[in-house]
Design a protein around this ligand. Structure first.
Ligand code: FMN
Ligand code: EPS
Length: 394
C-alpha cells in the first residue's frame, strides 16, 4: 500500500515528503515529478508568490539508477520565500529562539483555518496556523502523488483534469463537456490535461477561457476572489478496482476523501453526481451491451464506477473549490487579542487558484487508484505486478 506524508511550513526553509510502499523497479526521475510541479504553479489568477518560487523536489532516498528500490522515497523542496531576505522569514520562522518585536497576527480571516486553528491549539498568534494550513503544502503533495502517477502510467492508467467553471462562467451541461473530453480521452486522459494546459485557466473551450479570464480580472479589481468546478478523468482502468463488499474500500468513497482532503474543496461528485438526483432512472443508468467479445456501456453517466468498483470506462470526478479567503477588499472580523470588531488585513494571495488546484486534484486521486490496483494485482516488484496483471487480464 502506498502511503505518503508531507511536512513543512509555508514560509519555513522547505517542504519534506516521504512516499512509502512503492514497489521496486519503477522507473522514476526528479524531472518527471517536476512536470507536475511546474504545472501546479501556472494559471491565470495566481498570486505573486508563484512568480518567484521554482518548485523542484530532490529525491534523497529510495532510488538507485533511476529506479525505485522498494524503500521509502524521501524528497525535499526548498521554499524560495524563506530565502528572500526582504520578509525576514528566517527570523519569523526561527525554530529555536523567539526574537524580539515579531508582530503577532491576531486578525482571523473568515474562510481560512485561522480562528478555529488558533482556538484548537490555544495559540495567541495565528502565524503557526497559517504556516501549516496554507496550500503551499500541496506542492509537496503533488510531488509525492506524482510517484503514484508514474506507477499508474506504467500500467497504462492516465489522469487528466480541466476546468468546468470559474465563478458564473462555465459549461451548460454534461453533454457539452463529454463532446470535448470523450475524443481526447480515447488517447488517454493525459491528452485532456495537455490540451487544457494550453489555456491559462485550464479550460478546454477557448470562448469560455476568455470569459473566465475576464471574470477573474473583474473580481480582482473588486478586491474579491473566485472558486469554481473542475473535472478529473482517469483512463486505462481494468474492471473491478475497489469493492462492493467493504464500505471502506469503495473506490468512489476513497476518491471523495482524497479530493475533500485538499484545501478549499467543498464538494465532490462522480459522473452525473448531483444532477442524477433530479433525473429519472432511464436517463441516468448506463445500458449494457456486448460487442467484440466484451461488455460495454452505451453511456458513462456513472463516471466509470458502479458498486464502488471501476467499470473499465473512464472515471469522471468533479470537485468544487470555494473562493480564496484572503481578499484585498476586507471582511469583518474580531481581533483575537482585544476582541474589537475590525476588518481583515490583506496579505499577498491568489485571486483564483482553481487552475492550479486542478493539478493538485489530479495528483491526490493517483495513490487511491494505485492502491486499488495494488490490492488486486499487487506484488513487491514491478516485474511481479506485471505478471499478476497479465495473468488476471488475459
Ligand atoms: C492551490 C491552492 C492555492 C490556494 N491559495 C490560497 C491563497 O493564495 N490565499 C488563501 O487565502 N487561500 C488559498 N487557498 C485556500 C486555503 O488554503 C484554504 O481555504 C484554507 O486552507 C482553509 O481550508 P478549507 O478551505 O479546506 O476550509 C488555496 C488553496 C489551494 C488548493
Ligand atoms: C505558496 C503557495 O500558495 C499559497 C497558498 C496560500 C494559502 O493560504 O493557502 C497563500 C499564499 O501564500 P503566500 O501568502 O506566501 O503567497 C499562496 O501563495 C503555493 O501554492 O505554492
Amino acid at each position: 500500500m502506498i502511503r505518503y506524508i508531507t511536512a513543512g511550513e509555508s514560509h519555513g526553509p522547505g517542504l519534506t515528503g516521504i512516499v512509502e510502499g512503492v514497489p521496486a523497479g519503477l522507473p522514476l526521475t526528479e524531472e518527471e515529478i517536476a512536470v507536475h510541479l511546474v504545472r501546479r504553479q501556472q494559471g491565470y489568477g495566481r498570486g505573486g508568490r508563484m512568480a518567484f518560487e521554482k518548485d523542484f523536489a530532490t529525491i534523497n532516498s529510495g532510488l538507485r539508477f533511476s529506479k525505485t528500490m522498494g524503500g521509502p522515497i524521501s524528497m525535499y523542496m526548498p521554499n524560495r520565500a524563506f530565502e528572500k531576505d526582504d520578509a525576514g522569514w528566517p527570523t519569523v520562522m526561527n525554530k529555536k529562539t523567539e526574537a524580539e518585536g515579531i508582530e503577532k497576527i491576531t486578525l482571523p480571516r473568515p474562510g481560512h483555518a485561522d480562528l478555529v486553528g488558533a482556538q484548537k491549539y490555544k495559540f495567541n498568534d495565528i502565524r503557526p496556523v497559517i504556516e501549516r494550513s496554507s496550500a503551499r503544502e500541496t506542492a509537496m503533495r503533488v510531488a509525492c502523488c506524482s510517484v503514484a502517477r508514474q506507477f499508474l502510467k506504467h500500467f497504462g492508467i492516465e489522469i487528466g483534469g480541466h476546468v468546468l467553471r470559474i465563478g458564473s462562467i462555465g459549461y451548460s451541461g454534461w453533454n457539452e463537456v463529454r463532446e470535448i473530453t470523450d475524443p481526447l480521452a480515447e488517447n488517454g486522459a493525459e491528452s485532456i490535461y495537455k490540451a487544457a494546459d494550453e489555456s491559462d485557466v485550464r479550460c478546454l473551450n477557448e470562448t469560455l477561457s476568455a470569459e473566465m479570464r475576464e471574470e477573474i480580472k473583474k473580481r480582482r479589481k473588486e478586491g474579491s476572489s473566485l472558486g469554481g468546478i473542475y473535472e478529473i478523468v482517469i483512463t486505462g482502468l481494468p474492471v473491478g478496482l475497489g469493492s462492493y463488499v467493504h464500505w471502506d474500500r469503495k473506490l468512489d468513497g476513497q476518491l471523495a476523501q482524497a479530493i475533500m482532503g485538499t484545501q478549499a474543496m467543498k464538494g465532490v461528485e462522480i459522473g452525473l453526481g448531483f444532477e442524477s438526483g433530479s433525473l429519472p432512472g432511464h436517463e441516468v443508468h448506463d445500458e449494457i451491451t456486448h460487442e467484440e467479445g466484451s461488455f460495454k456501456r452505451r453511456t458513462n453517466r456513472m463516471g466509470g464506477i458502479e458498486g464502488g468498483m471501476s467499470t473499465g470506462m473512464p472515471i469522471i470526478i468533479r470537485g468544487v473549490m470555494k473562493p480564496i479567503p484572503t481578499m484585498l477588499n476586507p471582511l469583518s472580523t474580531v481581533d483575537m487579542e482585544t476582541k474589537e470588531v475590525t476588518e481583515t488585513r490583506y496579505e499577498r494571495s491568489d485571486v483564483c487558484a482553481l487552475p492550479r488546484a486542478v493539478v493538485v486534484a489530479e495528483s491526490v486521486v493517483a495513490p487511491v487508484i494505485a492502491n486499488a490496483f495494488l490490492e488486486k494485482f499487487g506484488g513487491d516488484s514491478i516485474e511481479e505486478i506485471e505478471a499478476n496483471f497479465k495473468n488476471a487480464t488475459q
